[in-house]
Design a protein around this ligand. Structure first.
Ligand SMILES: Cc1ncc(COP(=O)(O)O)c(C=O)c1O
Length: 429
């Protein structure tokens, strides 16, 4: 039997796990059947489970691969919400050009780690008065999500005696196709409907009198798309809208933040995003924005805003088998980690149907996967699932499991208070 059964991936006939492990070779080692760091088995190096382990080398590789597909004039903003672990954000500060924040604490963290050249922005509905005031005082661009928020920003600007840098977040007339999480194309709590944008752009002098410098636009249509053609089409649709608005209102943004929705291959059957298809689309975006900037008499400072693509592959969630039991013919591995640390793994973070993740026996990478098991966490709920019909070598209590592709929307996106269990420890190596 092969070390990892190629039938793992029924949709494509490819071995997703092998492919992911191959990519991991840049981040962690694989020696004598162990997932390893600097020649030592990872399970011997880490003091405990449950834990998240993030690799600096893998973060470097993810940013480098995106840079290689991007024209030099388009910057990269890391969306801290994907993983706010401070050492990881600090590491990324040296690699990216700015940060997207979603709260007061994220703004504080970004300011602490950002260099003087880095730009910061804050997005999200229901921003508090404290968040508006903090952003205004720190010169952070506020992505306004509604007309009501523009009014609240004016109040905050008056009370601080400072001008607010504001970008209008656009709720587009389209959704990013193939996107796991649609955030445009219909009625949404996020952003201002695109049909309302021209009238606001025409009122920019009135906004300026109220203390708002309308510096740009924030364009985000969805998340987790593996369809490079669809992402390219969305970038084209954005530039069409910008051209139309420039013609009708004379507005050319000084700052443009675009969420491209670059996705991550998490499940059997997922094909990794093809950056070779996206590179010409980014080049076209750059050319079209340069032309728009030229006719508007200013350079458009463009940034891609993204999270998971940069950090998901850099993280492994590690858990240990506590019990092995058979219930009416099904073999269960019951582990010390679960949905309170990794909600997405359990299928409860926006998935319509739960699918398996790339999961490895950390110290038995070379053993044949001779059995199929269900894997459960420690919580007293049937929702606490780590794997179903998951091919693995036979494992016993004490053995370690690693869930690959776990660097994004993990610890901070999970209900860690549920059942009052210990949080997962996080490490950056
Ligand atoms: C405004 C905004 N920017 C960026 C992101 C990051 O998306 P992703 O991690 O899929 O790149 C999100 C995710 O929901 C978002 O809402």
């Amino acid at each position: 039997m092969a070390r990892h059964d190629p039938k793992l991936d029924p949709a494509t006939g490819e071995a997703t796990l092998e492919r992911t492990l191959g990519a991991l070779a840049n981040c962690w080692g694989r020696e004598n059947g162990h997932l390893s760091i600097d020649g030592q088995p990872l399970s011997a190096r880490l003091p405990q489970t449950p834990a998240y382990l993030y690799s600096r080398r893998c973060l470097d590789a993810a940013v480098a691969s995106l840079r290689s597909a991007l024209p030099g004039s388009i910057g990269i903003h890391y969306a801290i919400k994907a993983n706010p672990f401070p050492p990881l954000v600090r590491h990324l500060a040296a690699l990216v050009d700015g940060f997207d924040c979603a709260s007061l604490d994220e703004m504080r963290l970004a300011r602490e780690v950002a260099g003087p050249e880095q730009k910061l922005s804050i997005a999200g509905p229901a921003k508090s008065r404290a968040e508006h005031r903090y952003a205004i005082e720190a010169g952070i661009t506020i992505n306004a999500e509604s007309v009501g928020e523009l009014e609240r920003i004016m109040v905050a600007a008056r009370s601080t005696g400072r001008r607010a840098r504001v970008a209008l977040r656009v709720n587009p007339p389209f959704a990013l196709k193939g996107s796991g999480m649609h955030m445009g194309g219909g009625a949404r709590p996020f952003g201002i409907d695109s049909e309302v944008i021209p009238s606001l752009l025409e009122q920019r002098e009135t906004l300026a009198e109220g203390g708002i410098d309308l510096v740009g636009l924030h364009l985000f249509a969805g998340s987790q798309s593996l369809d490079a053609e669809a992402i390219a089409a969305t970038l084209g649709a954005w530039t069409d809208l910008l051209r139309e608005w420039q013609q009708t209102t004379g507005f050319t943004p000084a700052e443009l933040i675009i969420g491209p929705g670059l996705g991550v291959a998490y499940h059997p059957g997922d094909r990794p995003l093809d950056l070779a298809i996206l590179a010409p689309a980014f080049a076209r975006l750059d050319e079209e924005l340069a032309a728009l900037g030229e006719s508007g008499g200013r350079r458009i400072d463009t940034r891609l805003e993204l999270g998971r693509f940069l950090v998901a592959g850099a993280g492994i969630y590690l858990t240990r088998v506590v019990d092995r039991k058979i219930s009416r013919g099904t073999t269960y591995l019951v582990c010390d980690g679960g949905m309170h640390h990794h909600l997405a793994l359990s299928g409860n973070l926006g998935a319509v149907l739960r699918r398996n993740w790339p999961l490895v026996a950390v110290d038995r990478l070379d053993d044949p996967m001779s059995e199929t098991v269900d894997i459960a966490g420690p919580l007293c709920t049937p929702l606490d699932v780590l794997g179903k019909n998951q091919p693995l070598p036979p494992l016993a209590p004490g053995d370690w499991l690693g869930v690959l592709q776990s660097g994004a929307y993990g610890a901070s996106a999970s209900p860690s208070g549920f059942l009052s269990r210990e949080p997962a420890t996080e490490y950056l190596i």
